[in-house]
Design a protein around this ligand. Structure first.
Ligand code: PHE
Length: 460
């Protein structure tokens, strides 16, 4: 049956529109920029394996829970959590879970926009042929000059944040559905082209080895936490983005099938990105662990040497910018939906206010790569030695806030919410499928998240 409430912010035109939007949210910089560089920093195969296990055992069940809660509540995450808690006969304090998500989304967008700005800048560099026949050193120094100058980063960050504000102000359905419809297949085709290049010109088998051969001596406790955090980050979980999109989902759509499809598409894109980057890294004797600049130091090399590289490269960075755009919209949507509901302001007003605040906060990240590059606010703790403001923001959001949000979502969906309510909303019947979902979110997910947390702080 599903719930009969309707959202005041509108509804997707169909199940497909939701799939596209949620995939648009999931697939973004996380897949193409972050996955390769954290894989490089954490030694490859074993890290990838942990990440894949987290997607399957934690990510997919939590995604189902989030969509379910959103669709049942049909409001912003803050109000949805409050209402569902009261409905289940509990105190309204669960709304703080919604707030945790709003804050996480805000913090993530502040740095996400800066990195998306890099992608935007690289559209033009590639189009002007800057990388044609460039050497590895040349490409690296172009990148370090670029991030070394705050003015440029500020300009692209501003432009990207404006783009985000415009779409968010227009509302969930205005345009987003159409953009994503072309974007996803386009990005996929580009990745196929690039994998083709990596097969012929890179150290393909070494790249695959690095990515898929698990060497457990290379993964640390923190590495496991990062892999789990990334499973949340890449699927946009734990902060209400998927919940708020779920609240616009028509009542009859199957939540389970939809969630699995989104997770598969997202994982495929990330693995393909890895299959492009690492062969190029090894063919050019680069270092896999260089950090956030990895794709900006490897992909331009590939584009600089392949036939039609200016065309393919420009197109690739355009698609990457679009992918980041459709994710950034979902990062701010919980906050905007909440402002509209609780303060009675217009969408435009809410989008502009949040956008400006987020832009300001983004300055911390802009400066982390240049004038504050040596500023490590928590450097006195061994664990955070040398970590810039950007590193800390990323650590706090991906590795702490999102898994914590996900843990609470799992606890709410499986322990607080009445069994009949979740069964009714998930429409999986009473058989094996529903029982296994419930078992996963009730026991496996919370226990796994807790163990990873406790091991990271070396309690166990
Ligand atoms: N999933 C997005 C990406 O991989 C980032 C994101 C995280 C979006 C959390 C929304 C919420 O790029």
């Amino acid at each position: 049956m599903g719930s009969k409430r309707v959202s005041i912010h509108g509804q997707w035109s169909s199940r497909w529109a939701f799939i596209l939007a949620a995939t648009g949210s999931a697939v973004g910089l996380g897949n193409i920029w972050k996955f390769p560089y954290i894989t490089g920093e954490n030694g490859g195969g074993a890290f990838v394996l942990v990440y894949l296990i987290c997607i399957a055992l934690i990510g997919i069940p939590i995604m189902m829970a989030e969509v379910m809660l959103g669709r049942r509540g049909r409001q912003s995450p803050v109000n949805t959590m409050e209402m569902l808690a009261v409905e289940a006969g509990h105190r309204p304090y669960w709304k703080w879970l919604g707030w945790l998500g709003v804050i996480a989304g805000f913090l993530i967008l502040s740095y996400y926009s800066v990195i998306a700005g890099w992608a935007l800048a690289y559209v033009f560099r590639t189009a002007f042929g800057v990388f044609t026949l460039a050497t590895p050193d040349g490409v690296s120094s172009i990148f370090s000059d670029f991030i070394g100058a705050p003015e440029g980063l500020l300009f692209w960050h501003t432009l990207f944040m404006l783009m985000t504000m415009i779409v968010v102000a227009r509302g969930v359905r205005g345009g987003l559905e159409k953009v994503v419809k072309f974007l996803m297949p386009g990005l996929f085709i580009m990745l196929v082209v690039l994998v083709g290049y990596a097969m012929n010109s890179g150290e393909f088998s070494r790249g695959l080895d690095f990515l898929f051969y698990p060497d457990f001596s290379k993964i640390t406790r923190d590495g496991v936490l990062i892999a789990m955090g990334h499973a949340f980050f890449t699927l946009s979980l734990g902060m209400g983005a998927i919940m708020v999109y779920g609240s616009y989902l028509p009542s009859h759509a199957s939540i389970a099938r939809t969630s699995v499809m989104i997770a598969l598409a997202d994982t495929l894109v990330a693995l393909m990105a890895g299959m492009v980057i690492f062969p190029v890294v090894f063919a050019n004797n680069l270092e896999p662990g260089v950090g956030p600049g990895l794709i900006f130091q490897t992909l331009p090399l590939a584009f600089g040497h392949m036939p039609g590289g200016v065309f393919f490269g420009t197109l690739f960075f355009i698609l990457l910018t679009f992918a980041a755009w459709s994710s950034s919209i979902s990062l701010i949507e919980p906050a905007v939906a909440c402002l509209v509901e609780n303060r009675g302001v217009s969408r435009i007003h809410a989008a502009v206010t949040m956008g400006i605040l987020c832009w300001l906060f983004g300055l911390l990240t802009v400066f982390s790569f240049n004038i504050w590059a040596d500023f490590a606010p928590l450097g006195m703790f061994e664990h955070f030695e040398g970590k810039t403001l950007f590193d800390l923001l990323d650590y706090l959001t991906s590795n702490i806030m999102l898994p914590l949000g996900g843990l609470l979502i799992a606890i709410f969906a499986a322990w607080i919410m009445k069994c009949e309510a979740s069964r009714d909303e998930l429409e999986l019947g009473e058989g094996f499928a529903y029982m296994s979902w419930r078992f996963l979110v009730r026991y496996i997910t919370p226990i796994a998240v807790m163990i990873v947390f406790l091991r990271a702080i070396e309690v166990i």
